[in-house]
Design a protein around this ligand. Structure first.
Ligand SMILES: [Zn+2]
Length: 429
């Protein structure tokens, strides 16, 4: 590894604004920002935007338990190719992150991978929704986000106890997969016109809104932070907007597929479009975009959910839910949000970088790009067009719903702790 890298000719964009300057990296840190800097190695950033590395709050890495679909190593590589310098691994592995030994193993494997891997911890043992996981022990390992993701904490009493306990752990946040199980069991897509037409049992929007409303009240009661994962409905956006106006400690994320695709895609009966919460109506998509534009939704998180090819080839109702996201999230934000003028480029980068970094308490990530800071950077080519090819993804799985779409914008270089892990769109290890 060369001693120093200079990223030359790009426009730096961070929380402090925009300016055209070079960035000099020495070892793991930013050494200087200015004009005419020299380094042992140069990375060309002309025509590009240099931003803090992207941060993904919501990634399924499948290790341990389903390494045929993804591993920590392959997932981290996919993340780096997508411009991410940090990701948070969700706890629904087998065994799950309710055991400090499992979390320690995930974090250990993460230190050998190409981006920073953080681990979310379970709220309840086995994610069964009944007794609290050893949250204090998980917290001691560095866990700050607690969630049973994939499963909703249906019991208000259990959620209250989790919030009361998390309230004693500085920086901890309880993240809810808001889908009331009793309203969703047996459902495979959004409940609406398309589900009736296709004869596929539905998962109603109210299943999300009911839990969001309840958990806003519990956040108010306990004073503990609640984060809503993959918000997908207009009614949930409205409830979160109101809760924030009332000053409640609420944050929320949206996944790219929930601002890009609608339930109409399920008409193909292609399980690549099956995901929980499901693809929603066009009105819901409009509301998600409005929530991203006005700050109601704090972050874009991928819910990257790899599945082995065989399982996604089953019939729609038997296939597992979830779709890949790490390598396409940035391009979808640029194509679906920035190009049409829904949000500015700076706001899109905020949704992908410094705002999620703050939610997860990752103070090394999210910039600003200034001397002394950790060198986690993403160099974005905002104008290049490309088309996702499942066969060329770094992820071990192939279940991208964006095959053949023309997307604008891509991460050109990704730098993590001063190491150029992606150069000109190619992973370096
Ligand atoms: Zn989820």
């Amino acid at each position: 590894m060369p001693d120093s890298i200079v990223v030359r000719g790009g426009r730096v964009l961070d929380t402090t604004g925009e300016r055209t300057v070079d960035v000099l990296i020495e070892g793991p840190v930013i050494a200087a920002v200015g004009d005419g800097l020299r380094g042992d190695r140069e990375l060309d950033a002309s025509g590009c935007v240099i931003t803090p590395g992207l941060v993904d709050l919501h990634v399924h890495l499948r290790e341990p338990g389903h390494e045929e679909a993804e591993t920590i190593e392959t997932g981290a590589r996919a993340a780096a190719l997508g411009g991410f310098s940090a990701i948070v691994a969700m706890p629904n592995t087998e065994p799950p992150h309710d055991d400090p030994a499992v979390v320690a193993a995930v974090l250990g494997a993460g230190t050998r991978s190409v981006c920073d891997v953080h681990a979310a911890g379970c709220i309840t043992n086995r994610r069964a929704g009944t007794e609290l996981a050893p949250m204090g022990e998980l917290y001691a390992l560095g866990v700050r986000i607690f969630t049973d993701d994939g499963a909703c904490v249906d019991s208000a009493g259990v959620m209250r106890r989790a919030l009361e306990y998390a309230g004693s752990l500085p920086g901890a946040v309880v993240a809810q997969h808001a889908e009331d199980t009793t309203l969703c069991t047996g459902g495979h897509m959004h409940e609406g016109e398309w589900s009736s037409r296709l004869g596929i049992p539905g998962r109603p929007a109210v299943a999300e809104a009911a839990i969001v409303a309840r958990d806003c009240l519990l956040a108010e009661l306990t004073g503990t932070r609640v984060h809503f994962l993959h918000v997908s409905t207009a009614s949930a956006v409205e409830l979160i907007r109101d809760a924030k106006h009332r000053g409640l400690p609420i944050t929320a994320e949206a996944a790219p597929h929930h601002f890009t695709l609608t339930d109409a895609a399920c008409a193909s009966f292609d399980p690549v479009f099956k995901v929980h919460p499901p693809l929603r109506s066009a009105d819901d998509v409009t509301a998600i975009k409005a929530g991203l534009a006005d700050g109601t939704i704090d972050a874009i998180a991928t819910d990257h959910a790899p599945h082995a090819v065989e399982t996604k080839e089953r019939p729609f109702e038997e296939a597992p839910p979830g779709m890949l996201g790490l390598e396409t999230a940035l391009a979808l934000a640029l194509t679906e949000l920035v190009e049409p003028g829904v949000v500015s480029l700076a706001d899109a980068v905020g949704l992908l970088s410094w705002r999620p970094a703050r939610i997860a308490g990752l103070s090394d990530h999210g910039g600003p790009i200034e001397p002394g800071r950790c060198a986690h950077l993403c160099v974005i080519d905002p104008t290049v067009t490309w088309s996702p090819d499942p066969a060329r993804l770094a992820s071990r799985a192939r279940n991208t719903p964006y095959e053949g779409r023309t997307l604008t914008g891509r991460a050109r270089h990704t730098i993590v702790s001063g190491e150029a892990v992606v150069v000109d769109g190619e992973a370096q290890r």
